[in-house]
Design a protein around this ligand. Structure first.
Ligand code: PHE
Length: 354
């Protein structure tokens, strides 16, 4: 009778449980090491054989029943808890996104301008080349006919880097060293362009310590200045999308070209906007000329060939085309400026989708 009561109360107690913790507590209470039923099972050995057999069977049967109930209840409770959690954490994917948090990423005008230049020069038959930002003295100066004592070295406001015993290094002051690299590794005839970063220790309204240039080099048996003039004019007309663009070729001097010229573009300002091909203002956009025979010699190229080269300022081209008034803003990292002057990744400007 005592055992029947015990069994009944165990059944009642597990039945009342509504949590996994409660079930565990009941298991310990009845079947743990010192559990009430465990104790009964342990004392079986003291009973006479007949009773031992009867009670043993009963208790063991109950043990199986008890654990079955506990397991069942446990899985019911757990699935209830999961459902509750799912209901609580329900994500309503139809809710609108938070307002004012939306900033469309833009392409920086420099990247946009480089992309345009790459596609125009590529269509004009030149191939892409590049050289390192950290350049050695030979490629940046000596091979370009600028020996150590040459006054042109002062023109360049160079950032010098630590030198080794055999070499001295600089941050390249122009993209012209890529001319040397191309001449050394490529076959003539060749036509290449090389956009990239350039550095000069100079900072004011029209200069930043880091800026971008694109170099062009065309070499063949009989390239002449007329070819250069045609090429530059053609490029500018396509780039600015303007047939009646006014360019001015001004005689100039570069140690690595002879003859040399600088090219200015005609523009005017009208109510804060840049108008090309009109007015009295001129902006210098590039330096160019016929490759100096010394450059061919320094690059190991047979000097029976001729070639033209040019180096354009990418920021200048971008400012004239897209109307930014101040060069320094390009590198301020101001998101408002980028939002205004930057370019969309997508053709459509309307990105709303709700
Ligand atoms: N490297 C020159 C500069 O930075 C530009 C240039 C390139 C001139 C090629 C002539 C030929 O000013």
């Amino acid at each position: 009778m005592h055992n029947d009561q015990l069994i009944q109360s165990a059944l009642n107690e597990v039945e009342e449980c509504s949590s996994v913790e409660c079930l565990e507590a009941k298991r310990v209470k009845f079947f743990g090491k010192n559990g009430l039923i465990t104790k009964e099972l342990k004392s079986l050995s003291k009973l006479p054989l007949e009773q031992k057999k009867e009670l043993g069977e009963k208790l063991n049967k109950f043990k199986n029943q008890f654990f079955l109930i506990v397991e069942n209840k446990k899985s019911i409770i757990e699935s209830k808890e999961i459902n509750l959690k799912l209901a609580r954490d329900f994500l309503d994917s139809s809710l609108p996104a938070r307002e004012n948090n939306y900033f469309e990423a833009k392409i920086h005008p420099i990247n946009q301008t480089i992309n345009e230049i790459v596609s125009i020069l590529g269509s004009m038959g030149l191939t892409f080349e590049e050289g390192p930002d950290i350049e050695d003295d030979f490629h940046n100066f000596s091979a370009l006919n600028i020996p150590e004592d040459h006054p042109a070295r002062q023109m360049h406001d160079t950032f010098y880097l630590k030198s080794t015993k055999t070499d001295s290094y600089v941050l390249r002051t122009h993209t012209s060293p890529v001319q040397i690299r191309a001449l050394k590794k490529m076959q003539i005839p060749l036509g290449i362009f090389a956009p990239g970063r350039t550095y000069r220790c100079d900072s004011d309204i029209t200069h930043t310590p880091m800026f971008h240039q694109v170099e062009g080099l065309v070499v063949d048996k009989d390239i002449n200045f007329a070819n250069l003039k045609w090429f530059v004019e053609k490029f500018c007309k396509i780039f600015f999308n303007k047939k009646d663009l006014k360019l001015r070729f001004r005689p100039s001097y570069f140690p690595f070209t002879e003859p040399s010229a600088e090219v200015d573009i005609n523009y005017s300002y009208s109510s804060g906007k840049i108008i090309l091909g009109k007015g009295s203002k001129w902006m210098e956009i590039l330096g160019c000329g016929m490759v100096h025979p010394e450059v061919f010699k320094m690059s190991g190229v047979d000097s029976s060939v001729t070639g033209f080269a040019f180096g354009m300022g990418i920021e200048r081209l971008s400012m004239l085309k897209y109307g930014m008034p101040d060069l320094r803003d390009f590198f301020e990292g101001d998101l408002k400026w980028l939002e205004h002057y930057g370019f969309s990744f997508f053709e459509e400007t309307d990105l709303s989708w709700r």
